[in-house]
Design a protein around this ligand. Sequence first.
Ligand code: GTP
Ligand code: MG
Length: 193
Amino acid sequence: MNRTFDLVKTAYTLAQMQPCQEPQVALAGRSNVGKSSLINCLAGRKALAKVSSTPGKTQSVNYFRIEPGGYTLVDLPGYGYARRSQEERTRWGKLIERYLTGNPGLKAVAVLLDVRVSPQQNDLELVGWLRHQGIPILPVLTKCDKVNQRDQAARQREWRDLLGGAATPLCFSSVTRQGRDALWDALDHCAAQ
Ligand code: GTP
Ligand code: MG
């Protein structure tokens, strides 16, 4: 299917964020986990979302409208980048929290997790917080081109057990496009709930 994928809005401040009734699925994860690359891979474009090997590239909340589908994918700034000042981290935390709590149209959050990294405290905190808010979680293991099948499967099991068996993470790679079709299906499904 040919999709159009348009950047319709960018928010840098709380004042620029408005609650939105339209269906949305957000992408959240630690800095450098591959959120923006995943957007580009889904869109089949090289530089729709800005990618960088330096963590902390995405500093705004970016809204991408998907057609056909009629929903919005939202690229959130990454968390857990230690070299930020406390003030910056607080500002980002507020932006993300406002987005995640103030949106009637938010259907699910795809939580991106680097397949090479064992579960981190801040990932677990995010997952716990989303559950507490009653927001469905779509776990996605990123950079799966970097590890073999056996290690992918082991990390999948580890997260499935941590998530209480409710969801098995999808294995994804922006480089090989592994998991791209399955991810589209999962996003469409979440958006239609
Ligand atoms: P922030 O905007 O800083 O939160 O980062 P992000 O999560 O948007 O990560 P981004 O997409 O900018 O990617 C970070 C780095 O990881 C870049 O150097 C990418 O090229 C690399 N990367 C992203 N996805 C993959 C992947 O699937 N495989 C490999 N090998 N590298 C990847
Ligand atoms: Mg980014």
